[in-house]
Design a protein around this ligand. Structure first.
Ligand SMILES: Cc1cc2nc3c(=O)[nH]c(=O)nc-3n(C[C@H](O)[C@H](O)[C@H](O)COP(=O)(O)OP(=O)(O)OC[C@H]3O[C@@H](n4cnc5c(N)ncnc54)[C@H](O)[C@@H]3O)c2cc1C
Length: 403
C-alpha cells in the first residue's frame, strides 16, 4: 500500500489548494481524483479540430482581485503574469422573449429608500429574499434582483444565506479586477496540479475509507492507500456518503446540506451568425435557465461562446436546443452545425443556519487528523474554498505537531 503524510480526495480547487499548502510545508501529499481531468467545477472545455484553441467555461467563469489567498498561491508559483483581464462587457436580462438592459427593468422610485432601509439591517440569520428584498423593494427584487442572485449562486437564491454572498475582501491593485487565464479558469487547476511538491492520480475513484490505528486506509477501484492525515475535498453529497460508515456523526451533520443541480450546455458559434450584442452574460427571468455565460469577456476573432446553466429537469436535450436557438436568435439548422458540449454541475444549497452546522462539523473534527474542505463552509466562491483549505491545513498542522 502507498503511504503519505496527507491524502486528499478530489482535485478541485479545494483539494488542490490544500495540497499546495501541505506540500509547501514539506509534507508528502497525494491527491486522488476520479475524473481524468483536474479542476472539478473549474472546467474550461477546450475544443479541438476546426475550433482548435477556442474554449468555453462549463463551470466557474469569474475570478477577482479580491481572491487574495488564491492570488498568493499563484504568486508563490510565479504564475501571476499569466492572468488576463476580462473585457468589460455587461450583463443583461433575458425576459419576455427579449434581451433587456437591466436599468430599464428597475423601479427607481422603490430604490430611493434603499440607503435608509440598509440602516441597522443585519445580514446574519436572513435569507437573500428577506434581506435584499427589504432593501431594494418587492418589485425590484422580483424583476431584477432575484434572477440576478439566482444567476450568481446558480440555483434559486431566495433561501440562500445573505451573509454567504458579497462579503467585502481587500482587492489587490496589481491584479486585474476580473481575470481569467489563457485556456480559461481550468488553467488555475492545471497550474496547481503541475506544480512540483505533490502528486495527483487521475481516474481514481475513492469508494471507502476507514480509520485504522495511526493511519487511514483508503480504498479505490485501482488499489488501496494509507495515510497519516486525510482530507476530503469532494462535493458535500460524496463527502457525506464516504463518511457514513466510519464517521456517522459527521455524516449526520452534512446530510442536512442539500445539493443544487445545474444542467449546463455550452455552444460555440461563428460570429457571423449572431446579432446578439456583446454581453458578459444573460440573466434569465422566468426562464428554464438561470443564466447564460458568454465568452465575449475574452473575445475571439472567429467564434462566440455561450454556456447555458439550465434549471434541473425542466427541459430534455431537444428542449434545451430549442431554448438556445431562441435566445441566441439562431435557426435550428445553425445550431445543429455548431459545437455543443454538456455537463452536470452540483453545488451546495446553503441555507440560513448553515454557520451553526459548520461549527458543529468543526467541533467534531477538532483533535482528529481528518480534514474537510470544499464549497460548503463559508461560501461557494473559489476564494471561499481556498480560505477553508488554508484554515483546515493550519488545524491539521497543529494536530500533527502535537502528536
Ligand atoms: C456553473 C458554476 C459556475 C460558477 N461560477 C463561479 C464563478 O464565476 N466564480 C467563483 O468564484 N465561483 C464560481 N463557482 C463556484 C466554484 O467554482 C466552486 O464552488 C468550486 O470550484 C468548488 O471547488 P471544490 O474543489 O470544492 O469542488 P469540485 O470542484 O466539485 O471538486 C471536487 C472534486 O472531487 C472529485 N471527486 C468526487 N467524488 C470523488 C471520489 N469518490 N473519488 C475521487 N474524486 C472524487 C470530483 O471529480 C471533483 O474533481 C461556480 C460553480 C458552478 C457549478
Amino acid at each position: 500500500m502507498t503511504d503519505s503524510d496527507l491524502l486528499i480526495i478530489g482535485a478541485g480547487i479545494s483539494g488542490l489548494s490544500m495540497a499546495h499548502y501541505a506540500a509547501a510545508a514539506g509534507w508528502s501529499v497525494r491527491v486522488l481524483e476520479q475524473e481524468h481531468r483536474v479542476g472539478g467545477c473549474l472546467h474550461s472545455h477546450r475544443f479541438t479540430g476546426a475550433l482548435d484553441g477556442f474554449w468555453l467555461e462549463l463551470g466557474a467563469h469569474s475570478a477577482f482581485n479580491s481572491y487574495g489567498n488564491l492570488l498568493a498561491i499563484l504568486e508563490s508559483l510565479h504564475a501571476l503574469e499569466r492572468l488576463r483581464p476580462r473585457a468589460k462587457v455587461g450583463f443583461r436580462l433575458f425576459a419576455n422573449g427579449a434581451v433587456r438592459r437591466i436599468p430599464t427593468q428597475l423601479v427607481f422610485s422603490e430604490l430611493l429608500l434603499a440607503p435608509f432601509r440598509l440602516l441597522g439591517l443585519i445580514k446574519t440569520g436572513r435569507g437573500v429574499a428577506e434581506y435584499y428584498g427589504h432593501i431594494v423593494g418587492p418589485r425590484n427584487y422580483a424583476t431584477v434582483f432575484e434572477p440576478a442572485f439566482s444567476a450568481v449562486v446558480c440555483q434559486p437564491a431566495d433561501a440562500f444565506p445573505a451573509d454567504a454572498l458579497f462579503n467585502p475582501r481587500p482587492r489587490r491593485k496589481d491584479v486585474p479586477r476580473g481575470f481569467t487565464l489563457p485556456g480559461g479558469l481550468q488553467t488555475l487547476a492545471d497550474i496547481l496540479a503541475g506544480s512540483s511538491g505533490f502528486r495527483v492520480e487521475l481516474g481514481r475513484t475513492v469508494n471507502d475509507l476507514r480509520s485504522q490505528g495511526e493511519r487511514f486506509v483508503i480504498r479505490t477501484d485501482g488499489g488501496d492507500y494509507t495515510t497519516r492525515a486525510l482530507c476530503l475535498a469532494t462535493p458535500v453529497a460524496v463527502t457525506t456518503r464516504l463518511l457514513q460508515p466510519g464517521f456517522p456523526e459527521l455524516a449526520e451533520q452534512l446530510m442536512e446540506v442539500e445539493t443544487a443541480t445545474v444542467e449546463t450546455v455550452g455552444v460555440a458559434i461563428p460570429k457571423s451568425r449572431l446579432n446578439l450584442p456583446q454581453v458578459a452574460g444573460l440573466i434569465g427571468r422566468n426562464q428554464p435557465f438561470l443564466s447564460v455565460v458568454s465568452r465575449d469577456t475574452v473575445p475571439d476573432p472567429s467564434y462566440r461562446g455561450f454556456t447555458f446553466h439550465f434549471r434541473p429537469r425542466r427541459l430534455d436535450e431537444a428542449g434545451k436546443r430549442d431554448c438556445i436557438t431562441r435566445v441566441l436568435g439562431l435557426s435550428n439548422d445553425q445550431l445543429a452545425l455548431t459545437n455543443v458540449v454538456s455537463k452536470t454541475n452540483q453545488l451546495p444549497a446553503l441555507r440560513v443556519g448553515h454557520v451553526e452546522r459548520t461549527q458543529a462539523v468543526d467541533g467534531l473534527l477538532a483533535g482528529s487528523r481528518l480534514a474537510l474542505t470544499g464549497n460548503y463552509f463559508t461560501g461557494i466562491a473559489i476564494e471561499d474554498c481556498v480560505v477553508r483549505s488554508r484554515q483546515e491545513f493550519a488545524r491539521l498542522q497543529r494536530e500533527l505537531e502535537t502528536v
